[in-house]
Design a binder for this molecule. Structure first.
Ligand SMILES: N[C@@H](CCC(=O)N[C@@H](CS)C(=O)NCC(=O)O)C(=O)O
Length: 217
């Protein structure tokens, strides 16, 4: 930050605001890109059953994440928030690993299989059929494993984490060594810890939660 901003705080006051929900995979991917790009922003945790009026006024579709920039621009699709943050600053070269086809498979068939596997009671479905469709996507992820983590990885890994969590024993027994190592490294790593802050839902008048949070000593 330049010295006039440190003195006046004016730039910080204009940081973008992110409406988010801690465990939402779409919001997680947005927070990952904001974290790796070291983008300053104000984080507002949302309770999905009681969305703040300010969020709905910014984006009537009522899904998280929603980012509101200082000039009033609203970005209300998670992938757009990722690309906006990385276009600003991409120190880890995440944009070099942007596989739109794999991300579309994640957001389409894999997300559908995940919902039906995780919540069979809502879909009247046999969860085992749907987890097998999910495995088809995981095989594609396994085949494209790379040592570098990038935009594609950050976009899909929150969904794979949810899928793994439904029945960890079954997931761990799948013959997908790269997927297992990739997911474990991510969940044990500093970036994951940095984006998974536990916060009470935001209410108007609350002190701003400024991101990134200072690193612990
Ligand atoms: N296409 C949107 C999808 C976002 C989305 O569906 N988020 C879920 C939470 S994970 C949501 O806000 N659902 C609304 C609700 O549950 O009321 C994006 O990529 O940002």
């Amino acid at each position: 930050m330049c010295w006039p901003a440190m003195l006046t705080g004016t730039l910080r006051a204009a940081d973008p605001i992110l409406y988010s929900f801690r465990r939402c995979p779409y919001a997680m991917r947005a927070r990952l890109a904001l974290a790796i790009s070291a983008t300053p922003y104000i984080l507002r945790e949302v309770k999905l059953s009681a969305k703040p009026a300010a969020m709905v006024a910014a984006s009537a579709k009522g899904t998280v994440p929603v980012m509101v920039l200082a000039d009033g621009t609203v970005i209300d699709q998670s992938l757009d928030i990722m690309r906006w943050a990385l276009a600003r600053h991409d120190p880890a070269r995440w944009l070099a690993r942007d596989d739109r086809d794999l991300i579309a498979q994640c957001d389409g068939p894999f997300k559908q299989a995940l919902d039906r596997y995780k919540y069979p009671e809502r879909h009247g479905a046999d969860p085992r059929d749907h987890r097998e469709s999910g495995v088809a996507f995981l095989r594609a992820v396994e085949a494209q494993a790379a040592p570098e983590f990038g935009l594609t990885d950050a976009a899909i890994i929150p969904f794979v984490r949810q899928f793994a969590g439904v029945d960890r024993g079954w997931f761990d027994a799948l013959p997908l060594p790269h997927v297992h190592a990739w997911l474990n490294r991510f969940v044990d790593g500093p970036l994951y810890a940095a984006i998974m802050l536990r916060l009470a839902p935001w209410a108007p008048g609350d002190a701003p939660v400024r991101m990134p949070q200072p690193a612990l000593p």
